[in-house]
Write a protein that binds this ligand. Structure first.
Ligand code: NAD
Ligand code: TDX
Length: 372
């Protein structure tokens, strides 16, 4: 099978590339990524040494770039991770979210449809090359925000509230439209918050780890009671692989971790886990930017409550019953294990953090947190 994986130099896309190369022997991966601030070729440099994996730098909104890939490779699957993915950035600059997330998705669909079409059926619908599929990686944020109870299911009405989630919803709707209007073989997966290796340190967990290592304060938005449903990234990759290979055409599948946590509890757990790891394995202290053996500063006193995110969704929680019942997928990694694996990874991979934050990260941090 030949996969076009867009956004494969980003957090989840890169983990997916690694997952596929390990899991399936007989595959070819074409990674298309425009290497925005969130994409880093270093993340997949070892994977690109494998002859089964090639990289193309380009924008998913560019018809010429995407057509050239279809001209060169017999693409069977398109898996679209490429997106502007950070809610805070979408509040500051929504336009690029609409361009990449909506128009980029439509360009991928249109190019795939054109190249996969083999003819027409008796009702005028296109017929497609056998076995092909377009999978859109979406988010639970398209469902809006929950109160204290209830879960998002696949039939929950779409009710996005941020420019980011509105753009992801727009993308989902155009994917559904290609599925209905042209009978194109599609799936949509809607996932909760991922965590794990290679997560860009603008998002909560890696930002907290990075700030602790630098002895900086830990910014919690609002009162810290907002709830997210955390899923280990490898479990998400497994879900996407499962839906791609066995999901029913045209269906949406929710992917969740059964793991709701308040932001403030995530921050406190990260502090206590790092403290414990430094005690158990003093060599990890090498990752600290603040020198000295006395770690008494590493405490909940680092937490500061800052101005809330505009339109901050209160709670996300996914009901993953459909993907479990139909396809047998479930979240295998317990949060207690996943968070330790993640923190260890950051402690052991500070080179990566420095590489991805060497560009405009400092400017972003000042602009985002300087006045909060
Ligand atoms: P990310 O920001 O880490 O990576 C996005 C990647 O897309 C980067 O490599 C970037 O260079 C690339 N990209 C951006 N614009 C592009 C363009 N116009 N053309 C080509 N490449 C472009 O994002 P992520 O966290 O890995 O998320 C991947 C996907 O999963 C996104 O679609 C996101 O909406 C969705 N998602 C993420 C989460 C999460 O918790 N991170 C949860 C649910 C869904
Ligand atoms: O500094 C911070 N302080 C803070 O309190 C940051 C960066 C975040 N937060 C809060 C906001 C959220 O309630 O933590 C929670 C998680 O924030 P993010 O890591 O920015 O993730 P979120 O906004 O929930 O969106 C993520 O999950 C769904 C991904 O970024 C999206 O791409 C995905 O669709």
């Amino acid at each position: 099978m030949t996969y076009l994986v867009t956004g494969g130099a980003g957090f989840i896309g890169a983990n997916f590339v690694k997952y596929l190369l390990k899991k399936h022997a007989d595959i070819q991966l074409i990674v298309l990524d425009d290497l925005t601030y969130a994409g880093n070729l270093g993340t997949i440099k070892d994977d690109l040494k494998d002859s089964r994996c090639v990289f193309v730098k380009g924008n998913i909104t560019d018809p010429t770039v995407v057509q050239a890939i279809f001209d060169q490779y017999p693409i069977d699957f398109v898996v679209n991770f490429a997106a502007e993915s950070h809610v805070d950035r979408s509040i500051e600059n929504p336009q690029v979210f609409l361009e990449t997330n909506i128009l980029g998705t439509q360009n991928l669909l249109e190019t795939a449809k054109r190249n996969w079409t083999t003819g027409k059926d008796e009702n005028g619908y296109p017929t497609y090359k056998k076995g092909v599929k377009y999978l859109q990686v979406s988010t639970d944020e398209v469902y809006g925000s929950l109160g204290e109870t209830g879960y998002f299911t696949e039939t929950t009405p779409l009710d996005p509230r941020s420019p980011y989630s509105a753009s992801k919803t727009g993308a989902d709707l155009i994917v559904k439209a290609y599925g209905e209007t042209y009978k194109m073989p599609i799936n949509i997966t809607r996932c909760s918050n991922n965590y794990g290796p290679y997560h860009f340190p603008e998002k909560l967990i890696p930002l907290i780890i990075k700030n602790i290592l630098e002895g900086k304060s830990l910014p919690v938005y609002g009162d810290g009671t907002n709830v997210r449903d955390w899923l280990y990234v490898e479990d998400h990759c497994k879900a996407i692989d499962t839906v791609l290979l066995t999901g029913r055409i045209g269906e949406v599948y929710n992917v969740g971790g059964h793991n709701e946590k308040k932001n403030i509890d995530i921050v406190k757990l990260t502090i206590s886990t790092m403290k414990r790891l430094f005690d158990e394995q003093p060599a990890y202290k090498k990752a600290l930017k603040k020198s000295g053996d006395d770690l008494s500063w590493l405490s909940e006193n680092l937490i500061i409550y800052v101005k809330d995110r505009l339109g901050h969704d209160q709670r996300y929680a996914i009901d993953p019953e459909k993907i479990t019942d139909e396809l047998g997928w479930y979240p295998e990694t317990k949060f207690e294990d996943g968070i330790v694996k993640t923190i260890r990874w950051y402690l052991e991979n500070q080179d990566w953090v420095e590489e991805v934050t060497s560009g405009d990260y400092q400017k972003y941090y000042e602009a985002m947190y300087g006045n909060r």
